[in-house]
Design a binder for this molecule. Sequence first.
Ligand code: HEC
Ligand code: HEC
Length: 314
Amino acid sequence: MRRAVLSTIVSVCAVMLTVQAQQPQTVLQGVYAENQARRGQTIYKAQCALCHGEMLEGRLGPPLTGDEFVSDFAKQPLSELFGKIRNTMPQDNPGKLTPEETADILAYILQAGKFPAGRAELRADEAALKQITWPANAAQPKTASTPSPASSFPPAGNLAQVMRGILFPNSNIIFTVQTHDPAEKRTTPEGAALAGGFNWTIWGSDIYSGWDLVDYAAVALAESAPLMLTPGRRCENGKPVPVNDPEWLKFTEELAEAGRAAYKASQTRNQETVSDISGVIAEACLHCHQVYRDKPGRGRDPVDPSNRANRCTK
Ligand code: HEC
Ligand code: HEC
C-alpha cells in the first residue's frame, strides 16, 4: 500500500518536471528522430502492415497517412493518436505494445506523413505528448464538403461500429420473437444474472416489458436508416460509405421500411405476426450485405479471407 502511494508521488513529480521541460510544439518542428522512425517502421511492418497496408495506404483498417487521417487526429494533441494505438492496436491483439514501441511507430507515421525529423526522439510520455499539436490547417480535410446542418453532427464511429452497436442488437431482439413470446414471464431475474458476474446485455432489461422492447428495437432499426447516409462516415477499412450511390440509397430505404413494418407488427402484440416480419428484416440486411459487405468470389485472398479490405465497394 505504502509503496503504491510512494511511487505515485514519485511519478507525479516526474510528470511535473517533464511538463516544465517541455515547450509546446507542433509536429512541423522535428519532434522525432530519424533512427527512431526506422525502428518504428520495423515494428509497423511486423504488426500493422497486414491491416493498414505496406505503405500505410489502408487495407482491412483505414489508411494511416493522408489528409483524411491527419485531419481526424489533428484536432487534438499527439497524445490522442498515441493513446489510440497503445490502447486499441493491433486490433487483433491490443495492449501488447510498450509505450516506447508505440512512440517509435508514431515517429514512423509522422515520417510517412512528411513531417520533418529532428534531433531528439519522440518520448513515450503522456504529458510531453500533450504538448505537441498539429499545425492549425491540418484539422481541415482538403476535401471538405459544403456545410449543412448535418455536418454539425459528425459521425462518432465507423459503419461497422454503427452496425454492431445499433443494428445487430436490435434486429436480434426482433429475431428472438421467433422462439420466445415477449409476453412470457422472465426467466432470468436480476439476481441470477449477477451471480454469474455483471451481465452487460441483461442489465436494465427488466425496466420495460418484453413487447415494449420489441417496439423499441423496431423503431431503432427504422431510425437507424439515416445513419447509413451520414456525410463523412467511413467504413472500417477507411473507405467512404457510398452515400451517393443510388443502390446504397435503395437499400437504406428498404431498411427503414422493414423497421416501420416491424413496428406495426409489434403493435399487434402477436408473436406470429412479428415472427413473420423477421424475414423482411433479415432480407433488408442481406440485400445490402450481398452487394457491399460479403463479396462472393473475392474470398480467395489468402491474406484477407474475411474480405474486409473490399467492403463498401461494389
Ligand atoms: C487486425 C487488423 C489490424 C491490425 C493488425 C492493426 N490495426 Fe489499426 N485499425 C484496424 C481497424 C479495423 C481500425 C478501424 C477501427 C478503429 O478505429 O478502431 C484501425 C484503426 C487504427 C487507427 C485509427 C485510424 C483512424 O483514422 O481513426 C490507428 C492510428 C491504427 N489503427 C494504428 C495501428 C497500428 C500502429 C497498428 C500496429 C501496431 C495497427 N493499427 C494494427 C485494424 C488493425
Ligand atoms: C445500406 C446497406 C446496409 C444495410 C441495410 C445493413 N448493413 Fe450491415 N453492413 C453494411 C456494410 C457495408 C458493412 C461493413 C461495414 C464496415 O466494414 O465498416 C456492414 C457490417 C455489418 C456488421 C458487422 C460485421 C462484422 O464484420 O463484424 C453487422 C453485425 C451488420 N452489418 C448487421 C446488419 C444488420 C443486422 C442489418 C439489418 C438490420 C444490416 N447490417 C443492414 C451494410 C449494410
